[in-house]
Design a protein around this ligand. Structure first.
Ligand code: AP5
Length: 209
């Protein structure tokens, strides 16, 4: 199975991907996680990406397409993949179609996790991540338990002004992927608001159905 999670920042793509990979028998490929790891390691990729990420802007297509193409060639990607945060522009989507087409394993479905802009700022500014396990929490909606509360971290781009820049980038550059995948008959819309378990069930039902 080859799947894409599409949706605005804070829609719950990472939260739901971590819950679903096992049930779907796929690996989780998050371009945001890969780029943040490269920044933390200080690699050339990280140096090239950091300024864009700090500004809440998209990293150039050729940089992101390169890291995804390489990741998809790894043996563990053969069984199936859930792409979270990629593609984010029409050129990225066209590159992905070409890569998967050449491999003879086209995309199966694209799940659009729908959450209104009005809810996004609260979700993003309350997010905390456990650096040891990668688990995502929210200070109000899913608070970290006492034993990890001291070590959870806030992402540098999770401030209110940067969220607004990221939302603008989403509407200008990523939202055009909705009609792109609708035209391919691959888009499923999933309500991303409400109880996290209920969102997981909705996603499972629309991806398997
Ligand atoms: P990336 O890491 O992909 O960020 P994003 O798309 O902005 O998405 P987020 O990680 O912020 O949100 P999410 O949907 O995963 O939400 P989450 O599950 O954490 O990208 C970061 C940057 O990298 C970009 O700005 C760009 O610079 C660069 N980049 C990455 N990919 C790129 C690409 N392809 N091209 C170019 N540049 C790229 O949930 C958010 C919070 O809400 C959490 O606290 C969670 O607990 C909570 N929550 C989740 N579900 C619910 C619910 N149902 N109810 C209440 N709270 C909930």
């Amino acid at each position: 199975m080859r799947l894409v999670f599409l949706g605005p920042p804070g829609a719950g793509k990472g939260t739901q991907a971590k819950r679903l990979v096992e049930a779907l028998g796929v690996i989780h490929v998050s371009t945001g996680d890969m780029l943040r790891a490269a920044v933390a390691e200080g690699t050339e990729l990280g140096k090239a990406a950091k300024g864009f990420m700090d500004a809440g802007a998209l990293v150039p297509d050729e940089v992101v397409v390169g890291i995804v193409a390489e990741r998809l060639q790894a043996p563990d990607a053969e069984a199936g993949v859930l792409l979270d945060g990629f593609p984010r522009t029409i050129p990225q989507a066209e590159a992905l179609d070409a890569i998967l087409g050449e491999a003879g394993t086209p995309l199966d479905k694209v799940a659009l996790l729908e959450v209104a802009d009005a809810l996004i700022v609260e979700r993003i500014t309350g997010r905390r991540t456990d650096p040891e396990t990668g688990k995502i929490y929210h200070m109000t909606f899913d608070p970290p338990p006492a034993e990890v509360a001291d070590r959870v971290q806030q992402r540098g781009d999770d401030t209110e002004d940067k969220v607004r820049a990221r939302l603008e980038a989403y509407h200008a550059q990523t939202a055009p992927l909705v009609p792109y995948y609708e035209a391919q008959g691959k888009l499923v819309r999933v309500d991303g608001v409400g109880d996290m378990d209920a969102v997981t069930e909705r996603l499972l039902a629309s991806l398997k159905g």
